[in-house]
Design a protein around this ligand. Structure first.
Ligand code: SF4
Length: 395
């Protein structure tokens, strides 16, 4: 029988080989032997891992290349700064690998591996030798969620859930879908940036997503692109595949010095994300996590970068909220003038703080909420602003 003619859109090129993962700087010929030795001081403290696909995105002729800064260790990580658990996730951990901070949302930390280790990761403690906070056996978390009918949202995170075998992921999602009150399942992942081909070729993953992302109970991909150069053709195809599976895609990322702390870069990222159907959701002020000093952008500068980035693009490219994941809640930065910094609780652990407006003395050096001084007048309570939409009502 004659073979069927190929449609012009079909490729004659074989699919790319599976990405290779590297865990030692000695595997990077782009670094001199001296650089490898010097930077191993960093990797003895904070784990290193990268795919060869992602390495190929680096412009090695530029020592300040943003993709390089994101994934290749630097000595500044050893500067004394911050804490390993900067927003005290320990305090909201209700069982091993289970975090419950806001009434409707539970986090399951179900994997301790990522496709690469972002140098600025706020959970880098999970990748350290004595880490014991994640669990691939989510039975306890599933029991906890089943017993709490308020929980409508579950976020699978870690580590990266899309680094798990799809069989294991499908098992977790299937068990969550058996709990009637769980409406939204979110998957937090940087795999579309680190290794999109792996996701594109994973038929079982797509079968699972198509089965469990339904008209009334969606799966969301909380993608994590930090820089427009991560949006390669393969990454865009990967987002397209998720959308075709019925998954809603949005993006969240931190503001990072030397990576995306530029209104032009950030607006390019936001616009491209809106074009591909993965609009920006949160831009985070990076947590003051140990090892992350090289990525520090003070609040006031960060606010103006964010504001200027939002001046370009359609409404869909401007949907991000600029937030700080503080131990007390998710605080949205809403403005800066010559005297004050304005914020409000977008989410709060303590019900009394929900929707609370905040005003601080402007401090151009401050990085985190705890470094700010509240302005003299007490901030108005949420109920004086009935239209904030910020309180945690039923979902
Ligand atoms: S993908 Fe997320 S969890 Fe993994 S290293 Fe990067 S920031 Fe951390």
């Amino acid at each position: 029988m004659p073979s069927l003619p190929l449609d012009s859109s079909e490729s004659l090129v074989s699919p790319p080989a599976r990405a290779r993962y590297l865990r030692s700087l000695r595997q990077l010929p782009q670094l001199s032997a001296g650089e490898q030795r010097e930077l191993e001081r960093v990797t003895r403290e904070y784990a290193f891992r990268v795919s060869d696909y992602y390495l190929d995105l680096i412009d090695w002729s530029d020592p300040n290349d943003p993709i390089r800064r994101l994934i290749i260790p630097q000595l500044g990580e050893l500067n004394e700064w911050g804490q390993l658990d900067a927003s005290n996730e320990k305090a909201i951990t209700v069982a091993k690998g289970v975090q419950h901070k806001y009434p409707h949302t539970v986090l399951l930390l179900c994997n301790e591996v990522c496709g690469g280790y972002c140098r600025y990761c706020f959970r880098k403690r999970l990748f350290m030798n004595d880490a014991d906070e994640t669990t691939r056996d989510v039975s306890e978390g599933i029991r906890y969620i089943a017993a709490n009918p308020n929980v409508t949202n579950v976020l699978l995170t870690g580590g990266d859930p899309l680094m798990m075998s799809s069989r294991h992921l499908a098992d977790i999602i299937g068990r969550l879908r058996a709990i009637p009150h769980v409406r939204i399942i979110r998957i937090g992942s940087k795999m579309p940036a680190f290794d999109p081909h792996r996701l594109l070729e994973d038929e079982l993953l797509h079968t699972c997503l198509r089965k469990y992302s339904t008209a009334r109970k969606r799966i969301y991909l909380m993608a994590h692109f930090d820089h427009p150069r991560e949006l390669t053709d393969a990454a865009i195809d990967c987002i397209d595949a998720f959308i075709r599976d019925g998954v809603i895609c949005v993006n969240q990322c931190p503001l990072l010095r030397g990576i995306n702390d530029d209104p032009v870069v950030l607006s390019d990222l936001f616009r491209e994300l809106s074009f591909i159907g993965c609009p920006p959701y949160y831009l985070f002020q990076g947590r003051p996590t140990a090892g992350n000093e090289p990525f520090r952008v003070p609040i006031v500068r960060a606010w103006f970068i964010f504001r200027d980035a939002l001046r370009i693009g359609s409404g869909l490219a401007r949907r991000a909220r600029f937030v700080m994941s503080h131990a007390t809640g998710k605080i949205e930065l809403v403005g800066v003038d010559s005297r004050y910094i304005y914020a409000r609780y977008h989410r709060a652990h303590d019900p009394a703080l929900r929707g609370q407006f905040l005003r601080y003395e402007r401090n151009d050096e401050a990085y985190w909420l705890d470094e700010l001084t509240p302005a003299g007048d007490p901030a108005p309570a949420a109920d004086e602003f009935p239209d904030t939409g910020a309180a945690d009502g039923p979902e």
